[in-house]
Design a protein around this ligand. Structure first.
Ligand code: ZN
Length: 483
């Protein structure tokens, strides 16, 4: 019977860009097996060595997570849709919802005027607006997602907005992070965001935490807020925010983005699933690129972040239907929303019946991002040294592990393109008898590539270009654009 298998954009590099395969298959397993037979490099992204479905990949048939049912052997009906949902790198608060109205602050006449379109709504009204004024919301990150969330929550009159961010505004942020402007380039993001939010609404308080959220400070920072909004762009912080929210009993308004796709949900362990119920483990480093590596469609965080702001306001009001136990999956390119059902996993390591995670851990290590112990042995070359060598020695192989679009922006002459995700499968294209210098944008993906090649048994000499193409642009060829 004919079914349709939908490929998320993170994996389309392995399917020649195809987003949908129509095939004959009786079960979800059969559909996936046909997929990896047709595209063998996909196999290690979907299945472990023991042929188990990897835990950071969810498979849905229609809107049902098959791991909850009969697993991959679920029978498919004609016309069924099988959806691969990998984890990607971007309840009502008790305090706000359950505080007696006498404890809520009054509104000034200036606030009553400002919020008049809310006050006219029976679902908000004076009481709801006072709940908003009383609410304390923390934005983790003031980038693509945090920008619209912060701006709409400020405009809506959320009384206390906290922002955690350690980054500074870079010109490449401005394509989507609309809370920052051109004049803010080089400023700390928290300062730029605070100015913008205070301008939108001077009646609110903006609290800045100019620091990186870590296992050491997360509980301390999150404790003072009613709702946490996850606008992070990396897995360690995402798991840290989830676990801290579960430990503190706070709702976590989740959003993530990758290229043209977004996800949103509300994780609140008291009422439903948490992020680890959905994805118990992160993908191994290098399998799902971050926004910086994969690119992101500028309006996408605007759409996903606005959904997060919408959910946050409903949580504060204690009304409406929150995205609890529901994963919203959005494809901006096909303009299609899908809603998938989530369920609390009784075996969840953090919110399950017998949790193994009872305090915050080392999330860099958990996500496999800790520098390998043999990193000292990573051989590096500077851009200047490499140029000198290339001028006299034609035997050096240059292997560029960036994505094709990056390669088309700028490349070192004679470099061969093998994107990081394909490096192990294509290792036979590197001659082990000659030195190979690995290149990426800043030198991190190329270091990962060296580690992966060594683990895969590649015997030749591998050298990392320190600082990547950015260093090459700085030291050797200033006409190469830094992106
Ligand atoms: Zn959980």
């Amino acid at each position: 019977m004919g079914i349709s298998l939908l490929i998320p954009s993170a994996l389309r590099q392995f399917t020649g860009g195809k987003s949908e395969l129509v095939m004959e298959a009786k079960t979800a397993r059969e559909a996936l097996e046909r997929l990896v037979r047709e595209y063998p490099p996909l196999k290690r992204h979907l299945f472990s060595e023991t042929n188990e479905l990897r835990s950071f990949v969810n498979i849905y048939v229609g809107d049902e997570d098959v791991r909850r049912g009969e697993g991959l052997d679920t029978g498919l009906t004609d016309g069924a849709t099988v959806l691969i949902v990998p984890s990607i790198a971007g309840g009502s608060p008790e305090a706000g919802a359950s505080l007696p109205s006498s404890a809520l602050p009054d509104l000034s006449s200036a606030e009553i005027e400002r919020y008049s379109r809310h006050l006219m709504l029976p679902n908000v009204g004076i009481e709801g607006q006072r709940k908003l004024k009383n609410a304390r919301v923390l934005l983790v990150g003031s980038g693509g997602l945090g920008a619209p969330v912060g701006m709409y929550l400020a405009a809506a009159g959320v009384g206390r907005l906290g922002i955690v961010d350690f980054d500074v505004v870079d010109v490449t942020n401005l394509q989507r992070q609309i809370i920052h402007g051109t004049r803010d380039v080089g400023r700390p993001k928290v300062a730029s965001a605070r100015d913008r939010l205070s301008d939108i609404n001077p009646h609110i308080h903006v609290e800045v935490h100019e620091t990186r959220l870590t296992s050491e400070n997360a509980l301390e920072i999150l404790r003072d807020y009613d709702v946490i909004v996850d606008g992070t762009d990396n897995f360690p912080t995402r798991y840290l925010v989830n676990d801290a929210c579960v430990l503190l009993g706070k709702p976590n308004v989740y959003g993530s983005i990758f290229r043209f796709e977004g996800q949103a949900s509300v994780f609140w362990a008291r009422a439903g699933a948490c992020y680890r119920c959905l994805y118990p483990e992160p993908p191994p480093a290098g399998l799902v690129p971050s926004c910086a590596e994969g690119g992101v469609f500028g309006v996408l965080p605007g759409i996903v972040g606005t959904i997060q702001a919408n959910e946050t306001i409903k949580l504060i009001l204690g009304d409406g239907e929150p995205l609890i136990n529901r994963l919203l999956f959005f494809d901006a390119w096909s303009m299609r929303f899908r809603e998938l059902k989530l369920a609390k996993d009784p075996n969840c390591p953090v919110c399950g019946e017998h949790p193994s995670v009872t305090k915050l851990v080392d999330y860099e290590e958990f996500c496999g991002l800790k520098a390998p112990s043999d990193l000292a042995a990573l051989e590096e070359v500077t851009a200047t040294e490499l140029k000198r060598r290339l001028d006299t020695d034609a035997s050096v192989q240059l292997i560029d592990v960036r994505e094709p679009f990056e390669f088309s922006i700028a490349r070192i002459p004679n470099a061969k393109l093998i994107p990081l995700g394909q490096i192990v499968n294509r290792k036979s294209e590197i001659d082990p008898s000659r030195d190979a210098v690995l290149i990426c944008r800043v030198g991190q993906r190329s270091a990962k590539a060296i580690t992966e090649l060594r683990q895969a048994g590649f015997a030749g000499r591998l050298v990392n270009l320190k600082g990547g193409m950015i260093a090459w642009s700085d030291e050797i060829d200033s006409t190469i654009p830094k992106y």
